[in-house]
Structures are given as C-alpha cells and as structure tokens.
Design a protein. Structure first.
Lengths: 159, 246
C-alpha cells in the first residue's frame, strides 16, 4: 500500500465530518434567532381557547371585519390590531417571516395572506397599556354579566 | 440573545402579567373567558357626523390641519407630488373682481348622496349609518371610478407598496383612500378629529366637528344661527362638511 493512499483514507472521513459540522453550525446560525422572536411575543392567554383560535381565526377575522368596517361594530376581543399587539414582537417584520408570529406559520403551511399589505405588521406603540386596559374592561364586562347570573366562563380540558 | 430575551419577556409580562393580577380572581389555568357581549353597537344611524369650517378664521399659509391629518393617519409623501396621497389639502380662493383671497381646507365632504358610492362596481365605496363615507379596502379593486366621480377631488390612489402604516389606518397599494373623518376616533367615542384638534391647538378655532342631527350640538346650533354654504351646492349632494365665509 502506498503511503499516499493511507493518508487519503484517513483524510476523507475527517473531511466529511468537518463538512457535516460546518453544515450543522450553519443551520444553527440561520435558525437560532427565529423561534425566539416568535415565541417571546406569543402572549400567554388568547381571547379564545388555543384549538379554537388555531382552527377558526380566519373565520372570526373575516366575519367580524365586515361588521367593523361597514357598521363600526368593533369587538375588542376579535380585533386584528389586538392579534398583532399581543402576538407580534416589536422587532418582527413581514419581510422576514421567521421573526413574525403570523407570517412564520403561514409560510410553513404555504397559505398566502394579504393582511399585511395594508395592515401594519408591528404592534402599536401603546400596545402594552392598551391591552391591559382592554382586558380590565373585558373582565369588568364579564363580572357585570356574572352578577346578572349569566355564565361567561368555560372550563376547557386540554388533552 | 439574553438581552433580547429579557426585553421581550418583560414586555410579555407587562401585557399579560399585569392582566393576570386582575384576572387571577376569576380566571384559573385552563379556564377561559367566553366571548364577551361587549362589542359596541357601532355606527348610530340617528347621528350624522359633520364639520363646519369658518374660512374667515382659517389662516393663510397655515397647514396645521393637513399635517395633523397626515400624521394621525400615517400618510407620508413618497417624493412624487403628482401621485402622493392627499386626504386633506389647503385651497386658496381668489375673487376675480376684487382680488380678495382666502384659504380653506378641503377634504372628503362626506355627502349624503355620494357619487363615489353610486359608481363603485364592488360596493367598496360606501356610506356608514352615521354618514361617514369610506372605502372598504377589502373589496376595493382600484378601478378609480370614484376618483372620477368625486367633484371635490377628495380621493387618492395608492400606486406603490407602503410600509409602517398606523394600526388604526390600514393603507395599501392598489386601493383608493380619502378622509375617514377620523372614524377610529369616532368609534372610540372621542368626538373629535385630528384636523379639528390641530386647528384648536393653534388657536384658530376655524373648525368644529359634531353631530348634524343633534339640535343641541355646537355645530347644529351654529349652522342654524349663522348659516353656511356647501361647495358645489348645485350638485345637491348635501355634504356633511359645511363652510362659512365663502
């Protein structure tokens, strides 16, 4: 056996390993920041149970947008601005779907939506104060309804 | 990573953590508030929102209302004056015989019988029950018939992709837009518009916003006592924006 061949035989796996390691680090670098921006701004409790909102958010938005636009009947619980205020990071952008709560999922599922061609893709400046004020108001409404004997709270068993 | 992390976590805690303190009494993990019956009743058909503009108080060269409107609604110049959107503009009128000049703001006049609504093929141009004339951009196809039909040149077409819109004023390429009479403020019950606020702030007090159908409102009282005129009154569109002194 020639010495050159033995050297090559050792060098080939080493090269492959190095290449694999490079590829992995490359992947890590590209994807690392993505889940953070999406996850950190995901909100803790949605206006509807997660399985309902996951399956039906488009119907809720589509149905109530006409009510809001044509008749001014705005439901703060189901407002598009409300979704963005709670779920989207202030540093996210529609042009970088990996950072954006809505766009990331829509891109993954290959569902194109045009919302952000007109609607802003970022939360409003006063989002935190506005959301907590909205929630307080919403809870007051619930308490008032409960005082009238109307059931407004539902127990959801998560699988 | 850690700095970004903590910044965002504190933001989230601020939104939801503060809320948990309030909600904690009634909402436990796994217990959700049902949809509330709190949605507002919306635009009241008994009201008709309008503006009264006293041109004798409107200062020549002052553009406070224009700046306030465009700031409020995120309307920015793209450096192309021929196609830039204009929701409100200052117009200078000169009387031919005497040379007397005066200046006044012109925006969508929110007609009772709006020609833009008549011509819209998709019913995207519509009049709300409370008299505010708007474009539903979900159904606007950008044909621009309404721009042709409007005798006040109140509408603008968006030719280019936009970014950084205001949350309450969605705007986008391929749709027509115009003054909304600050409908977001109206729906929040603020009872004023950005242009009126700016005019009052500058001390001119040339503009009044109010309900034309409410006999006790300031705008109705002044219209009744002092009189007013409409631009192109000959078209009998009955605009909700009324002028004094022209």
């Amino acid at each position: 056996m020639r010495p050159g061949f033995a050297q090559f035989g050792l060098a080939l796996p080493a090269l492959l390993l190095a290449g694999l390691a490079l590829m992995l680090t490359g992947c890590g670098k590209v994807e690392a920041p993505a889940p953070h921006l999406v996850l950190e701004a995901r909100g803790d409790q949605c206006v509807e149970p997660t399985d309902v909102i996951r399956r039906n958010h488009m119907e809720i938005l589509m149905h109530e947008r006409d009510e809001a636009k044509l008749y001014g009947r705005r439901n703060p619980d189901h407002s598009f601005v409300g979704c963005v205020d709670c779920h989207v990071s202030p540093t996210a952008s529609r042009d970088d779907p990996a950072t954006h709560f809505c766009m990331a999922c829509h891109q993954f599922n290959a569902v194109r939506m045009d919302c952000f061609q007109c609607h802003t893709d970022r939360p409003s400046d006063d989002a935190p104060t506005k959301r907590s004020a909205d929630l307080e108001e919403s809870i007051e409404r619930h308490l008032a309804l409960q005082a009238d004997g109307i059931e407004t709270v539902q127990e959801i068993s998560t699988p | 990573m850690s700095t970004e992390n903590s910044a965002n976590v504190s933001r989230r805690q601020f939104i939801t953590g503060a809320a948990t303190a309030v909600a904690g009494l009634t909402v436990a993990p796994g217990v959700f508030l049902l949809k509330t019956a709190g949605a507002a009743n919306g635009a009241d058909p008994a009201t008709r929102w309008g503006l009264l503009i006293d041109t004798s108080k409107c200062a020549d060269g002052c553009t406070a209302c224009v700046r306030a409107c465009h700031e409020e609604n995120g309307v920015r110049s793209l450096g192309r004056p021929k196609t830039d959107a204009q929701w409100i503009r200052k117009v200078t009128l000169t009387e031919r015989e005497t040379g007397h000049q005066h200046s006044l703001p012109v925006m969508c006049q929110h007609c009772e019988k709006p020609p833009c609504v008549d011509v819209c093929p998709t019913k995207a141009s519509f009049i709300r029950p409370d008299g505010i004339v708007l474009v539903n951009k979900h159904t606007c196809i950008g044909c621009r018939y309404c721009m042709m039909a409007c005798p006040y040149k109140a509408r603008s077409f968006i030719h280019e992709p936009l970014t950084d819109q205001k949350p309450h004023a969605p705007r986008g390429k391929g749709t027509v837009e115009s003054c909304t009479l600050c409908v977001h403020k109206v729906d929040r019950g603020e009872g004023t518009t950005a242009c009126v606020e700016a005019c009052n702030k500058d001390g001119h007090r040339a503009m009044v916003f109010g309900d034309l159908n409410d006999p006790s409102s300031e705008i109705s009282r002044r219209l009744r006592q002092e009189g007013s005129s409409a631009i192109r009154a000959d078209l009998r569109l009955n605009p909700a924006v009324r002028y004094q002194g022209i």
